[in-house]
Design a protein around this ligand. Structure first.
Ligand code: DI6
Ligand code: FE
Length: 412
């Protein structure tokens, strides 16, 4: 079993998140984990490893001395690529303006659009690097990145190209999402249907032709796009075989989650205003509920997503940063996990599932990421902690011993 591995981590506690292992967190005490060709090749209890040990003289062995290993963390909803920042808007909101008021007056998302359109490809990449490094440093190995601050052909495609470029320059997996329907660009003022037409007939095909997007997203909201407009984008996404995410039920109940479920969306995201019908529809379609507690926190929202209903219907819950310059200037998935626990009352196990197995499912990667399992990607973190709950509990301490991406140690 172990003799063909390139490298073996031994004396580890594995928080596998594999649902076939019964105990909480899929915990496997005192195990060895071997990798080959960037994949997990073998996982077995230490006595089994010890039996084979004498035949392993050329294999590299890392003694973790009882450390905990989890899958690499997955941030399944970010707007990592953009220019500019909105600190002044943060200030305006604290002086009493609402997010909707600022958006209706032409600020909000559009102010980031103006800044992003001015930036060239290389600037977009450079601006994203510190954000990416912050996430990677705390154990993130897969990140979803959306467009949506370009809203014209060149700027949208440039955002996606910049996102793809990050995966070439850094040891990280990037899943890209075309969010052309994020806001109405000024050129299309009062012509939202014409803009949606253009998104479906020009923007999506162009992104597909360059293989720039893995999925499509829409901001379905009274300040953005209607359910009917959202549905047209989902139809186009489906026709091109792309994954689907929807920004749903963030500020009001538009029944966007049920709509997303009708299109077998990978995820519906935010969900503060989600109702039982929507939860039921998501359960039926296997759509992941991606919770974004940082946006809730920064907007000082009070309406909580229906966690109890999501549990009752067994809808998988993911947790992400939503890193963006408006509602979630937060480059810490660990803090998002803590917020999911303290603000939304997820258990630490739910929060961790939300950044591993369920986050992988939200990106259509459930067969290769988000679990420690033979045949899955060798993306994992060796932590200097005793119990996985510590990762949701403690903030501001980074207990990473090793970050392993596709089998290679990339941070020690
Ligand atoms: N909902 C959000 O929270 C972000 N996008 C969205 O549709 C906010 C984006 C921004 O304000 O820049
Ligand atoms: Fe978002």
């Amino acid at each position: 079993m172990f003799e063909t591995c390139e490298k073996i981590w031994i004396n580890a506690q594995l928080a596998s998140f594999d649902p076939t292992h019964a105990p909480a967190y899929g915990l496997l005490p005192r195990h060895a984990l071997g990798i080959k060709h960037g994949l997990i090749q073998c996982m077995a209890p230490m006595p089994m490893f010890e039996k084979e040990h004498s035949n392993l003289n050329s294999t590299e062995i890392v003694d973790t001395q009882g450390a905990l290993i989890t899958p690499g963390l997955i941030d399944c909803h970010t707007h990592l690529i953009h220019a500019g920042n909105r600190a002044q808007e943060f200030e305006q909101r604290l002086l009493g303006a609402s997010y909707e008021q600022i958006a209706q007056q032409g600020g909000g998302i559009l102010s980031t659009v103006y800044a992003t359109r001015k930036a060239c490809f290389e600037q977009l990449v450079e601006l994203a690097i510190p954000r990416l490094k912050a996430l990677m440093a705390e154990g993130v190995t897969t990140i979803e990145i959306k467009s949506g601050y370009g809203l014209d052909l060149d700027s949208e495609l440039n955002m996606l190209r910049a996102a793809r470029e990050l995966a070439k320059r850094f040891p990280v997996r990037i899943s890209t999402t075309l969010l052309g329907a994020h806001a109405l660009p000024p050129e299309y003022k009062n012509r939202a249907d014409a803009y949606i037409d253009w998104v479906c007939k020009a923007l999506i095909p162009a992104a597909v032709a360059e293989k720039l997007s893995d999925a499509v997203d829409v901001f379905c909201e009274h300040i953005a796009f209607s359910p009917a407009q959202t549905e047209r984008v989902l139809q186009a996404a489906q026709a091109y075989g792309l994954g689907i995410h929807v920004h749903a039920e963030q500020l009001s109940n538009q029944h966007a989650s049920a709509l997303a479920a009708r299109y077998q969306a990978w995820s519906a995201d935010h969900l503060e205003w989600l109702d039982e019908e929507g939860v039921h529809a998501m359960a039926e379609s296997g759509t992941v509920a991606t919770l974004l507690p940082a946006a809730f926190y920064f907007l000082r929202e009070t309406k909580l997503p229906p966690i109890e209903l999501l549990r009752r219907y067994q809808v998988p819950m993911a947790v992400a940063t939503d890193f963006n310059p408006g509602t979630a200037p937060l480059a810490s998935l660990r803090l998002a996990m803590s917020m999911a626990c303290t603000l939304f009352r997820l258990t630490p196990e739910e929060a961790l599932l939300g950044v591993t197995r369920h986050a992988a499912q939200a990106l259509g990667l459930q067969d290769q990421n988000g679990q420690l399992r033979e045949g899955f990607a060798a993306d994992f973190i060796v932590w200097d902690i005793q119990h996985p709950a510590e990762l949701a509990y403690q903030v501001g301490i980074n207990p990473i011993k090793q970050r392993v991406f596709a089998g290679a140690i990339s941070h020690a």
